[in-house]
Design a protein around this ligand. Structure first.
Ligand SMILES: Nc1ncnc2c1ncn2[C@@H]1O[C@H](COP(=O)(O)OP(=O)(O)OP(=O)(O)O)[C@@H](O)[C@H]1O
Length: 305
């Protein structure tokens, strides 16, 4: 039997442009002289599933913490449902799974769900929530005895207890095995299909690709790209062509070139074309290696270019 949606979004004017539910305007956040976010403009529109992608230290959690009212901007402005993210009436409409969750160790899973549910006017039925997130067999267990993956699943489920309009999931699938990750993606997709809005942060393009429509890439505290998943895939689909060679001619499609330990490393979005060019132009090379870069390397390439 189909279950009722977890989300209860207000769509007051469906014909109009989707409303902006959360926004950062020229936001800078510094920590003791270190700039974690630098003049960031960012918005989440009603009903979208937005991926926030970036390497370690890019500023993703900082942005989530500012938009959910847990931290304050150094300069600029953050809004949640058009108001101050720190106001309880705005925070009641969101659900959050922070990157690190401290669950009270001696409470049972059911007690943690009840505790969180008590803060909301119309929480989801406990049994239904546990069922959806595959937590029913763990219901009587104390959270201190759960595995890392089980704790993570509970932490994500808690974001949905209050029937939020907007959920912030900060690296929700860290520590989950493939099956649990897929199951969680299905729950997030269901919430979105029911009209819910989602901001999902991740290191994994695969995860963002499976779920998101729009992707914002953060790097070193700045917005590097804001586009569709397909466009971002094109941007970060970078290969490393590495070889031993002398001076190289100008080659098409090379995003960056670096020499290290007698080898040249060329970053390119089209490695086949690059290798053909090397051969056609009669470049004398040896030790050719072509490999896909990690997302991390691709981000750093974009950030540096
Ligand atoms: N409370 C803090 N005190 C000092 N520096 C901080 C604090 N929180 C974050 N930072 C710094 O701000 C920068 C951005 O951190 P943030 O956690 O927002 O990045 P992130 O993109 O979420 O990274 P990750 O993917 O590793 O979680 C980092 O350089 C981090 O060290």
């Amino acid at each position: 039997m189909p279950q009722a949606p977890l989300a209860a979004p207000d769509r007051t004017s469906p014909a109009a442009e989707p409303a902006v539910v959360a926004r950062a305007v020229g936001v800078t956040r510094r920590y003791a002289g270190h700039t974690a976010l630098d003049s960031v403009d960012f918005e989440i529109r009603e009903g979208e599933l937005l991926g926030l992608l970036g390497p370690n230290g890019a500023g993703k959690s900082t942005l989530v913490n500012l938009l959910t009212g847990l931290r304050q901007v150094t300069s600029g402005r953050c809004e949640l449902f058009g108001g101050d993210p720190r106001r309880p009436e705005n925070r009641l409409r969101i659900g959050v799974t922070p990157q690190e969750t401290g669950l009270p160790e001696t409470l049972r899973v059911t007690e943690v769900v009840d505790f969180v549910a008590a803060h909301y006017p119309d929480p989801v039925d406990r049994g239904e929530l546990l069922d959806r997130f595959g937590l029913t067999p763990l219901a009587r267990r104390q959270t201190g005895g759960l595995s890392g993956g089980e704790k993570r699943r509970l932490a994500v489920a808690l974001a949905f207890v209050g029937r939020p309009r907007l959920v912030f999931l900060d690296e929700p699938t860290t520590g989950l095995d493939v099956e649990a990750r897929k199951a969680l993606w299905d729950r997030v997709a269901e919430f979105h299909a029911g009209g819910g809005t989602v901001l999902l942060t991740s290191h994994y393009l695969e995860e963002v690709e499976a779920l998101a429509e729009r992707v914002v890439v953060l790097g070193r505290g700045r917005v590097l790209a804001d586009d569709t998943v397909a466009a971002i895939r094109g941007l970060v689909d970078v290969h490393r062509v590495s070889l031993v060679a002398g001076e190289l001619p100008r080659l098409p499609g090379v995003v960056s070139e670096r020499r290290e330990d007698g080898r040249v490393h060329l970053m390119t979005t089209d490695p086949d074309r690059l290798v053909r060019e090397l051969v056609t132009r009669g470049v004398d090379f040896s030790g050719l290696e072509v490999r896909p870069t990690s997302l991390e390397e691709a981000f750093l390439t974009i950030a540096g270019s």
